[in-house]
Design a protein around this ligand. Structure first.
Ligand SMILES: NC(=O)c1ccc[n+]([C@@H]2O[C@H](COP(=O)([O-])OP(=O)(O)OC[C@H]3O[C@@H](n4cnc5c(N)ncnc54)[C@H](OP(=O)(O)O)[C@@H]3O)[C@@H](O)[C@H]2O)c1
Length: 245
């Protein structure tokens, strides 16, 4: 299997790279900005038998992502699975008056997904096979106080994947949008609020791979957290405003 993964320098992306290599992926394309970390993960995957190409680049750079797709397809002779996983999370801090952090977050989390997946569509369309995956979040079901930007970015990803699905089905290409709950990673390491049902990274990635393998269009886990979030969706605004996040 020939797999491209963005955000492969840490957390879910690095673990996906290791697990796909262990499963027997022949070609891996790993993307992230921290070169040293990327090379470390690549070495681990090579030791597991995969041929690995590393791309030290920013998913916000559309032209570079198009070149990446061209390069990977040429090296691997095609592509089977592309996982748009790179993402950032930070509080809104609208009181600062600086829109910069929020627009950057939207750029990485939304345009980064578009820049990652779309350049592979022509190849998959020609192959009449392939699978595009985006990592959204359960945060995309209910904006918590002070985290509206992150929630909005993940709602956008879910909507995009749902809409892209109409064309992809026509081309014979599969697609999956994954909405994880809290998972141990660099992103959650800095969270100071309670994270119910926090999952170990390897366990979460095994569940995600299983959903991808069976071709689920949407996969939201753990279900216990989803039940809690459904409750938050119907709670009055003044109750939600009291929750610390
Ligand atoms: N952990 C959770 O609880 C959780 C829950 C729901 C959804 N998610 C989603 O899961 C995905 C992975 O997050 P994680 O938890 O594994 O966090 P993480 O450990 O912080 O990993 C984020 C990855 O994204 C990469 N990245 C960030 N900005 C980038 C950019 N501009 N260009 C290229 N790569 C970039 C980082 O690499 P570099 O810094 O090296 O570029 C890193 O490899 C994210 O989309 C996140 O929103 C996470």
């Amino acid at each position: 299997m020939r797999v491209v993964i963005t955000g492969a320098t840490s957390g879910l992306g690095a673990e996906m790279a290791r697990q796909y290599a262990a499963e027997g992926a022949t070609h891996l394309g790993l993307v992230g900005r921290r070169e040293e970390r990327l090379n470390e993960v690549a070495e681990e995957c090579r030791a597991l038998g995969a041929t690995v190409a590393t791309y030290t680049q920013d998913v916000r750079d559309g032209a570079a992502m198009q070149e990446l797709a061209r390069d990977f397809v040429e090296r691997a002779g095609g592509v089977d699975l592309v996982i748009a996983n790179a993402g950032v999370g930070s509080p809104d801090r609208i009181g600062s008056g600086d829109p910069g952090p929020l627009t950057k977050l939207m750029d990485v989390n939304v345009n980064g997904v578009i820049n990652t997946l779309i350049p592979f569509v022509p190849t998959m369309k020609e192959q009449r096979s392939g699978h595009l995956v985006a990592i959204a979040s359960q945060a995309g079901w209910r904006a918590m106080p002070h985290h509206a930007g992150y929630a909005a970015s993940k709602i956008a990803v879910r909507t995009l994947m749902d809409g892209f699905g109409y064309a992809l089905e026509h081309y014979g290409v599969r697609w999956t949008c994954i909405n994880p709950g809290f998972v141990v990673s660099e992103m959650t390491d800095t969270n100071e609020f309670p994270m119910p049902f926090l999952q170990p990274t390897d366990v979460a990635v095994r569940r995600m791979r299983k959903a991808i393998r069976r071709g689920a269009r949407t996969y939201t886990f753990p279900r216990r957290l989803f039940a809690l979030i459904c409750l938050l969706r119907v709670l009055p605004r003044f109750v939600v405003a009291r929750l610390r996040a």
